[in-house]
Design a protein around this ligand. Structure first.
Ligand code: NAP
Length: 287
């Protein structure tokens, strides 16, 4: 029997304690939906537990403790019986020139932003497959399509997630499971305050684009123009669409940057048509 989509849904959300995840959690609870929050700081949601004792459930999980991810997802499904939407909203940025970053910082960034959402998703998939329905929403970034100097590992985590979720979408499209990558620009959350800035810094990089990026950031040249409540509203809206887009661009900055970089990439790719063909076994020189 095909399960029909209920009007009131149950969401499993990481990063529900701050920023985009918190805004989504608030709006969902206000609208009567159920939320299971996977958070490392449950105390941050205390006020909501009192207000929504039956519709909010909190499970403590630090995403860097990857061995606890699958059991936590299992507990969530067992508790709820059914979960309709997984929202991967937890994440942060590691900032610094690639050469300045130590292996521990790199590994923690990749674990939190890439491995953890992959493990969460893998753990949820058998349940979604059984239900024949489920929507995975992953908060990527404009930084999953474009790059800034000084954020190489952050971009590695976001571009990695873009590849994973795009391929996954193809794998599960006939199983009733939907996948959407959310690509916000700069949103006014705790994101900048929670960024991990590498120390010590190498003087040479102060003279490169890395130094320029830090100076522009300090001058306020990358303002957080996005409203987290509106972003959350749009994320919730996309979860109600029958055929949601694979990618949801949010913010005029994100739109402008992604269009510019995609056009540049397309142009650069087109310029290589002849070289690309030249390595075919049966190469026919059309000129
Ligand atoms: N804000 C932006 O400008 C922007 C732009 C593009 C993409 N994004 C992406 O949006 C997502 C959400 O960021 P935000 O803007 O909402 O930032 P935020 O306000 O800093 O929220 C980040 C959330 O991630 C959680 N988190 C971080 N590390 C964790 C860990 N090891 N285990 C469990 N939870 C962890 C935090 O938990 P605690 O409360 O316990 O710290 C917090 O709930 C991130 O993936 C970010 O890359 C943000």
């Amino acid at each position: 029997m095909t399960v029909s989509t209920p009007l009131l849904k149950t969401w499993l959300i990481t990063g529900a304690s701050s920023g985009i995840g918190l805004n989504a959690t608030k709006q969902l609870l206000q609208d009567g939906h159920k939320v299971i929050a996977l958070v490392r700081s449950p105390q941050k949601l205390q006020a909501f537990t009192d207000q929504y004792p039956t519709t909010l459930n909190i499970l403590k999980l630090d995403l860097t403790q990857t061995e606890k991810i699958a059991p936590s997802v299992e507990r969530a499904f067992q508790h709820a019986g059914r979960i309709d939407v997984l929202l991967n909203a937890a994440g942060y940025a590691l900032v610094g020139a690639a050469e300045e970053l130590n292996e521990n910082a790199i590994s923690t960034q990749i674990t939190t932003n890439l491995l953890a959402p992959i493990y969460l998703t893998k753990a949820a998939l058998p349940y979604f497959r059984e239900q024949k329905t489920g929507h995975i929403l992953h908060i990527s970034s404009e930084g999953g399509q474009i790059t800034y100097p000084s954020a190489s590992i952050y971009h590695a985590s976001k571009w990695g997630a873009e590849g994973f979720f795009e391929a996954l979408a193809k794998e599960v499209q006939n199983l009733g499971i939907k996948v959407t990558l959310i690509e916000p620009g700069r949103i006014k959350t705790e994101f900048d305050n929670n960024a991990v800035i590498t120390e010590p810094q190498l003087d040479d990089y102060r003279k490169t684009t890395v130094g320029t990026y830090f100076r522009l950031l300090a001058m306020g040249r990358f303002p957080m123009i996005g409203d987290p409540a509106k972003v959350a509203q749009m994320i919730i809206k996309v979860s109600t669409v029958t055929n949601p887009p694979l990618r949801l661009i949010l913010g005029s900055d994100s739109y402008k940057n992604i269009i510019r970089e995609t056009e540049n990439r397309l142009q650069a790719a087109k310029e290589q048509q002849k070289t690309a063909k030249s390595t075919d076994i049966k190469f026919i020189d059309e000129n």
